[in-house]
Design a protein around this ligand. Structure first.
Ligand code: NCD
Length: 331
């Protein structure tokens, strides 16, 4: 399995990922995707290693996906749940991390509702001179690298099942529609898709897509990032449409008149997809508000929706990341 030129101990952000690194992840994930289609789905790669999931915020698919990925690599897994932990007794997050370090953790997978927490823990692990790798599984509204990498894998594998690689994205149009302002998934996807050569078109009401977003996210590839405050120009000839959940828990002001009105203006429906390329595919990181971001029947249509494939791909991509951060890098 190719690991040459993989040098990262931590995966915290995609803002500085190179095309070569994306291609290593895609190649490695493709071989694990093949392992997952075998009868025996387990490999001994991380035997004896400990992968700890530190999820300070709710999660269904990301947490389960990391747990399954670690198990399929034969690692021992620890799961931390804040509600039933010593955090409720006043322990700090860094002390919680150090407790898991003392138990022999090799890789920490961290989700927190505040941006920067995985970075702070990674810095502390480095300061202590440990070899622990930290993976950001979603920090506030900042980044969610493993989600964007699984989206990239899903898209590239749709374009070439045998050999998913970034060059397939040259000239492809990807529309990202929904609550972009509050979305760490959007931020990580903008880094990965534009770096890989895709044209990314963002569409949302102005309250969820401020003009300043362009300055913040368009520095590296200004020609590949486009903002729209109506849905039609984003969908025109799009090859992929990525929808994002309206994150009601993160909305502090009343940014939308109503969910019904949002669906009328920005909801993805069969009718609206007529504007896209004939083979257009719809993605969503989940969880979905059915009938809000996209119409319910569309979500369940395997000819148009890659949503279930994203979940399956997620395990292979997370196996690849754990492998590269742990076993693959050193062996
Ligand atoms: C996303 C997340 O938590 O950032 N979901 C996920 O990880 N699959 C997106 C969301 O919550 O809307």
């Amino acid at each position: 399995m190719a690991t040459t030129s993989w040098t990262r101990r931590h995966v915290l952000s995609l803002s500085d990922f190179s095309v070569a690194e994306y291609d290593i992840v895609l190649r490695t994930a493709a071989s694990f995707r093949e392992v997952l289609s075998r009868r025996t789905k387990k490999v001994p790669t991380l035997q004896g290693r400990v992968v700890t999931n530190l999820f300070f915020e709710p999660s269904t698919r990301t947490r389960s996906s990391f747990e399954l990925a670690a198990k399929r690599l034969s690692a021992d897994t620890l799961n931390f749940a804040p509600g039933s932990s010593s955090l409720t007794k006043g322990e700090t997050i860094l002390d919680t991390a150090k407790t898991y370090l003392a138990m022999g953790t090799d890789i920490m997978v961290i989700r927190h509702r505040e941006a920067g927490v995985p970075h702070a823990i990674a810095r502390e692990m480095d300061r202590l001179g440990t070899n622990v790798g930290v993976l950001n599984a979603g920090d506030g509204q900042h980044e969610h690298p493993s989600q964007a990498l699984l989206d990239l894998f899903t898209i590239c594998r749709y374009l070439d099942r045998e050999n998913p690689h970034t060059a397939l994205l040259q000239g492809k149009k990807v529309a990202i529609v929904g609550d972009i302002l509050h979305s760490r998934v959007a931020r990580s996807n903008i880094w990965s898709l534009t770096e890989s050569g895709a044209d990314v078109h963002l569409a949302a009401p102005p309250t969820l897509l401020p003009k300043l977003f362009r300055e913040a996210m368009g520095q590296k590839h200004p020609d590949r990032l486009h903002l729209h405050w109506s849905i039609e120009p984003a969908l025109e000839d799009a090859d992929f449409v990525m929808t994002l959940r309206l994150q009601r828990e993160r909305m502090t002001a009343n940014l939308l008149p109503s969910l019904r009105e949002y669906h009328q203006q920005f909801g993805i429906t069969r009718d609206r997809l007529q504007r896209c390329q004939p083979n257009v595919q719809v993605l969503h990181p989940g969880p979905v508000n059915r009938g809000v971001e996209l119409s319910s029947d569309l979500m369940d249509d395997p000819a148009l929706s890659l949503i279930q494939t994203q979940v399956t791909s997620g395990v292979a991509v997370r196996m690849a990341l754990l492998y590269l951060m742990g076993g693959g890098r050193n062996s």
